[in-house]
Design a protein. Structure first.
Length: 399
């Protein structure tokens, strides 16, 4: 876990906690004993839970829990508060992150920040941000506003030079593996009786998809556990909505065919299979669905799109490509090697529209590699040198 660093106001914040791998459980008294009266927040690597000490509970106005943990929406609220920054600081951080991403060959991002960022992106573009194509997403509290303003998925946002478009409605329908809240068919191995949570009831999910679809808005449904994936597929079937299922980390064999027939995009993060292999081996050992499918999704005819889920994993497409090809990030044997995919497949899935070939007249959004990825080892893919990145034929990075 990253060191717990103090903020200017004295709060101490750490990130990257993975208590699912600990031999014991978080405990409020244990954290208090080593942190004292300094408000302390330890954020889970999956961002779905936060471990607070008593001083932090008092500061934030939440009643203290015996284990010191806040999960799901309460954890998201804590993260929103910790991430709050003035516009100048936030815009400078976005510009620097964009520069680093361009240096790794990134030409486009989907902004899933838990804020209404339309004005923020206008402001950034007017100030000179020109590093990526951006799709800004929004959450249910912003759905009525989006409809009232006539926003449609794919429409250009004014005053952004054509770089920013309206993205999907983001819906978080269950939790996560590390927080043990992903909705699964079987209980977590270390927590009998706990099968996770559906954070949006199936009826409500269908209503949200219906409303969004009627307004011309795509949806991105976060669904990690197999129960959540099944419920999401049910909702897509019922509403004929367009969009993605985000993560799809545990998928029933029978649902693979449904996935393919519906044409719903599986927006997956191959690096998670590498990062989570020990968690999944420990916590999901009693599940009988497919964990972190890749080859199985492609074989079922599912449109697959790779991403990073930053900051849960670094915003570096080459890490995801290497993970998809090798299914390991260290010197261990591949984890479920049957789910590996060829590098050509991984490259295509890492392109926003699955375009892996150059065509005369097409927009030149591309990365110039310093090594041929088709013959590179997994280690070489992870460290792929990017000589240049172009956005619409314009250099955004020159190595």
């Amino acid at each position: 876990m990253a060191a717990a660093a103090p903020l200017p106001d004295g709060r101490r914040v750490g990130a990257g906690m993975r208590d699912g791998l600990w031999p014991d459980r978080p405990d409020l008294a244990a954290l208090d004993a080593v942190t004292g009266d300094v408000p302390t927040y330890l954020i889970n690597a999956d961002v779905h839970s936060v471990w607070l000490n008593s001083a932090a509970f008092r500061r934030e106005g939440f009643p203290p829990a015996q284990d010191g943990m806040l999960r799901e929406e309460e954890a998201f609220e804590i993260s929103r508060r910790l991430n709050a920054a003035d516009d100048a600081l936030a815009d400078a951080a976005v510009q620097e992150a964009g520069r680093r991403a361009a240096a790794r060959g990134v030409t486009g991002i989907v902004d899933f920040d838990m804020a209404w960022n339309a004005e923020a992106w206008r402001r950034r573009c007017v100030a000179g941000f020109d590093l990526h194509h951006v799709e800004f997403a929004f959450y249910p509290p912003g759905l009525t506003r989006a409809i009232d303003e006539g926003l449609r998925t794919g429409a250009e946002l004014p005053d952004t030079g054509g770089l920013v478009r309206v993205g999907p409605l983001k819906l978080i329908s269950d939790g996560s593996l590390g927080t043990r809240t992903a909705a699964c068919s079987h209980a977590y191995a270390d927590d009998p009786g706990n099968t996770g949570v559906l954070t949006i009831a199936p009826d409500e999910l269908r209503e949200l998809l219906t409303t969004a679809t009627a307004a011309g808005i795509d949806v991105a449904v976060h669904a990690i556990g197999d129960r959540a994936v099944a419920a999401a597929l049910d909702a897509f079937t019922y509403t004929q909505a367009r969009g993605t299922i985000e993560h799809a980390q545990l998928v029933r064999h029978a649902d693979l065919a449904r996935f393919g027939r519906l044409g719903v995009v599986a927006s997956v993060q191959p690096q998670h299979a590498v990062d989570d292999r020990d968690l999944a081996t420990r916590l999901w050992r009693d599940q009988d669905a497919i964990g972190y499918p890749l080859a199985s999704l492609f074989a079922a005819g599912v449109p697959v799109r790779f991403g990073s889920d930053a900051p849960v994993a670094p915003l570096d497409p080459w890490l995801g490509i290497a993970a998809a090809v090798a299914r390991t990030g260290d010197d261990r044997a591949p984890w479920h090697p049957e789910e590996r995919v060829p590098v050509s497949t991984a490259l295509r899935a890492s392109s926003r529209h699955g375009e892996a070939e150059l065509r005369p007249g097409a927009d030149a959004d591309l990365a110039v590699c310093g090594r041929d990825p088709r013959t590179a080892s997994a280690a070489e893919l992870r460290g792929m040198p990017v000589a240049a990145t172009l956005l619409g034929g314009r250099l955004t990075h020159l190595g």
